[in-house]
Design a protein around this ligand. Structure first.
Ligand code: UDP
Length: 429
């Protein structure tokens, strides 16, 4: 299987300028203690969505620290991705998954069974798509390697009767892993697996997040025909029902009755998300050719464009009804914008309601908070400033990499013996 090549990052001194030399020095010392190990990351999509976004920064950064790491992606056909998207939705509480679908799931696990590199010391498998690969490892490899499952899904505690069999199956697989990583305590299942709680992070110097010159922002807005004569409210997301783009349009229409503004829904798809065309078409229908609503179906590498849209916005919206973490929230906060976002999942780690943004549940509430921010620009600016400070302290790449490498260190050096242990380096989250 082919490992993914990634562009190199800016020098580490640029990160020190942002987060302080002390933070980076500690990280380099930790990385030194792991040199010589070989790491591998496996997921199901090279582009599109938060997992691919995080992996491309994480793998490049870990390499820059001098550790040998590879990123490999499963190869599969659309029927596999249809199955796994249904499973993903099911784990987030939406009906539709049936046990018959497991046949397709196992077919592609088997086809990808060589993906785990036998000579790697620690392999991290992301999300349910490649979870079953562990079943195909020969015993002697299994004994030598540490295998970790990284869950990015908004995993509901699974009490429902109809989910019992799926829970049993997933639990059986996850308990074979040496450890699991969850984004927040909220998603910890009651399974016997050594569990780490590590929130995700963004790379502040990536194309998506670095500073942009105002001419660059203007050029991109002009290219997409977006004027900022009226305040711009933006939601960046894959077109997915759990991101509630239809609710976004409803809320926007309520706000516009009271204040001039425009809406940008910028998104795209991912190879492992076959539903996006349908959602996009529903969104276009709901927008009804409204001149104040821009709907952009972007290619997967539109990082600079998204950066420009977020920076040009007055308010960032993320009206999710389920959310593993919500990197788009982190990206908005990092750009000093007030963020209005769903009171769900990992979003609640990032937004302290009324301090650096607003948490909302309903369309009505969303409209009220947007309107409040439009009418109180000084308050909006203050919130944006606090948001940027909060992200600098908690959600930048050096913190994320440090947490992951610390977890791997503890795992490899055998510092944790019980499967019933939960480890968090930031228990206040
Ligand atoms: N994203 C992107 N292009 C798109 C839609 C999203 O590059 O068309 C990026 C977005 O900027 C963010 C990530 O994909 O970095 C989405 O992560 P998030 O955790 O918000 O949601 P997920 O898609 O993983 O559910």
């Amino acid at each position: 299987m082919k490992a993914i090549d990634l562009p190199s990052l800016p020098p580490i001194s640029r990160y020190s300028q942002l987060v302080g030399e002390g933070r980076i020095r500690e990280l380099e010392e930790l990385a030194d203690s792991l040199k010589g190990l070989k790491l591998q990351e496996i997921n199901s999509a090279r582009y599109g969505g938060g997992v691919a976004e995080t992996l491309s920064s994480y793998v490049s950064f870990v390499r820059m620290l001098g550790i040998d790491i590879e990123w490999c992606v499963m190869e599969a056909k659309p029927d596999f991705f249809k199955t796994t998207k249904t499973l993903h939705n099911f784990l987030q509480g939406k009906e539709g998954f049936s046990l018959e679908m497991l046949e397709t799931y196992w077919k592609f696990q088997k086809e990808n069974r060589e993906l785990i590199e036998r000579d790697c010391d620690v392999v991290t498998i992301h999300d349910p798509q490649p979870l079953g690969l562990i079943e195909f490892l020969p015993d002697e490899t299994r004994k030598r390697q540490k295998i970790v499952w990284r869950c990015h899904v908004h995993l509901e505690t699974i009490p429902l009767e109809r989910m019992k069999q799926i829970e049993k199956l997933m639990r059986g697989m996850v308990e074979r892993y040496d450890a699991a990583i969850f984004s927040t305590f909220q998603f910890l299942p009651i399974w016997k697996v050594l569990s780490f709680v590590i929130p995700p992070f963004i790379d502040p110097l990536s194309e998506k997040n670095r500073e942009l010159a105002s001419q660059d922002i203007d050029r991109i807005l002009t290219k997409y025909g977006i004027s900022i004569e009226k305040p711009l409210i933006t939601q960046v997301s894959r077109f997915d029902v759990f991101k509630d783009p239809l609710g976004v349009i409803e809320a926007f229409k309520l706000v516009r009755q009271k204040h001039p503004c425009q809406l940008l829904l910028a998104g795209g798809g991912a190879i492992d998300d076959p539903e996006y065309q349908q959602v996009l078409s529903d969104v276009r229908k709901a927008a009804e050719d409204d001149k104040d609503i821009y709907i952009l179906d972007l290619p997967p590498d539109s990082h600079k464009e998204i950066n420009a849209f977020q920076r040009a916005s007055t308010i960032i919206l993320q009206k999710s009804i389920k959310e593993g973490f919500g990197l788009t929230v982190t990206e908005g906060l990092w750009k000093g914008k007030p963020v209005v976002a769903g009171r769900v999942g990992g979003i609640t780690l990032q937004i302290k309601d009324g301090w650096n943004g607003f948490l909302i549940s309903t369309v009505q509430e969303t409209a009220e908070k947007i309107l409040y921010l439009l009418k109180h620009p000084r308050k909006a600016e203050e919130m944006g400033k606090k948001g940027k400070e909060f992200v600098t302290e908690h959600f930048l790449i050096d913190r994320g990499v440090k947490d992951h490498l610390t977890a791997l260190y503890q795992l490899v050096k055998g510092r944790i013996v019980s499967k019933n242990t939960i480890v968090s380096y930031h228990p206040w989250f």
